[in-house]
Design a protein around this ligand. Structure first.
Ligand code: UT7
Length: 337
């Protein structure tokens, strides 16, 4: 156990997206929709679709391997693995256990999943941080990995145009340097609104049957309008509350990295915070909504583009099924070696 106060920072990130791209033009041959409707209502032009046998643990392992390599480390250096997913490979065991085996992580480390839908990555970051600050774990992998294409009803135009597949991983490390890495955080949930975005069957309450399959109860269903309304309000409030908690003004934040659900949600949140869209990077156009993978995908893209600099304050914020939400303020840290 450590007696000094430890900070936890993201040392490296890595992503993986499937090869196959599904365009709006292709979707408009499958359901009654159009490129114009999808783009103007959501900002999405295309999304990636995982192939058969390309599961969240496979995509997550590839993303994690890149993060480990970028950090100049090996799988043996990882002390903790948390996978955030709403589309686990199977109901059990956890996707984290499959990923551990695929990556060849050590066997003396905890590996488990966090289920918080689109807020999963933000939840998992906080769980990892709290475990690491005890001093028991020096390095952790937090992975968001999703295969939404497996739970989407491809005949439901109100949902199938929105989602995509992919994975992103963050390699976290502890440091004794103060005021760096994950600074402040807020997590929340409202189970009274669970039905706004859910999958009705396939779990123990309603195991898959011929009837549930016929009625499409194993598919994701969403009340888009209501989710939209909650998402804007809660994401804006979460940002404001975390900023207040950390005594930071929104002008001091270099980048807001929101969960990529809908460009109109991002615009509304930015406007409520009085922040320009130039500080709200989005990759919705190319990936759609990838749930727990969307924040690491957007973060990695901003980092790859050279936008993120040592010392930058970054605010990540998410909202999803549950309902769940979370926000984390972090100071980007690139240690000198
Ligand atoms: O990750 C967190 C979870 N997800 C979200 O945050 C998503 C939140 N919700 C949304 O992004 C938006 O509500 C949607 C993109 C899902 C829908 O946008 P909207 O502006 O709220 O549209 P709407 O549901 O009010 O539908 C408007 C019209 C309807 O037709 P009528 O009733 O006005 O005749 C829909 O039937 O658009 C119709 N429609 C479509 N038309 C063409 C719905 N989906 C489609 C479609 N193509 N794909």
């Amino acid at each position: 156990m450590s007696s000094v106060e430890l900070s936890v920072f993201i040392r490296a990130i890595g992503v993986h997206t499937p090869e196959r791209t599904l365009t709006n033009a292709e979707l408009s041959k499958m359901v009654d929709t159009s490129d114009e409707w999808i783009k103007t209502r959501s900002g999405i032009a295309e999304r990636r679709i995982a192939g058969p046998g390309e599961n969240p643990s496979d995509m997550g392992a590839k993303a994690a391997a890149k993060a480990i390599a970028r950090a100049g480390l090996t799988p043996a250096d990882v002390d903790l693995l948390i996978v955030a997913t709403m589309t686990p490979d199977v109901p059990f065991p956890s996707t984290a256990c499959f990923l551990q085996a695929k990556l060849g992580l050590r066997r003396d480390i905890p590996c488990f999943d966090v289920s918080a839908a689109c807020s999963g990555f933000v939840y998992a970051l906080q769980v990892a941080k709290d475990m690491m600050r005890s001093g028991s774990y020096r390095r952790a992998l937090v992975v968001g990995a999703e295969k939404l294409s497996s739970v989407v009803d491809w005949s439901d135009r109100t949902t199938c145009v929105l989602f995509g597949d992919g994975a992103g991983a963050a390699l976290l490390e502890t440091t004794t340097e103060p005021n760096v890495g994950l600074l402040g955080n807020l997590l929340g949930a409202d189970g009274n609104n669970a039905e706004l975005l859910h999958c009705a069957a396939g779990g123990s309450a309603a195991p898959a049957t011929a009837d549930s399959l016929r009625d499409g109860k194993h598919f994701l269903r969403m009340n888009g309008k209501e989710v939209f309304r909650h998402a804007v309000r809660v994401m804006a409030e979460s940002c404001e509350r975390v900023l207040a908690k950390c005594d930071v003004k929104s002008e001091q934040v270099a980048w807001f990295i929101p969960h990529q659900a809908n460009i109109r949600i991002l615009e509304a949140v930015a406007s409520q915070l009085n922040v320009g869209m130039d500080r709200f990077p989005s990759n919705l156009e190319r990936y759609g909504n990838t749930s727990a993978a969307s924040i690491p995908l957007a973060l990695e893209e901003a980092w790859q583009a050279g936008k993120i600099k040592h010392g930058d304050l970054i605010l990540i914020v998410a909202f999803g099924a549950g309902l769940t939400w979370g926000a984390t303020l972090l100071r980007w840290h690139e240690p000198t070696r």
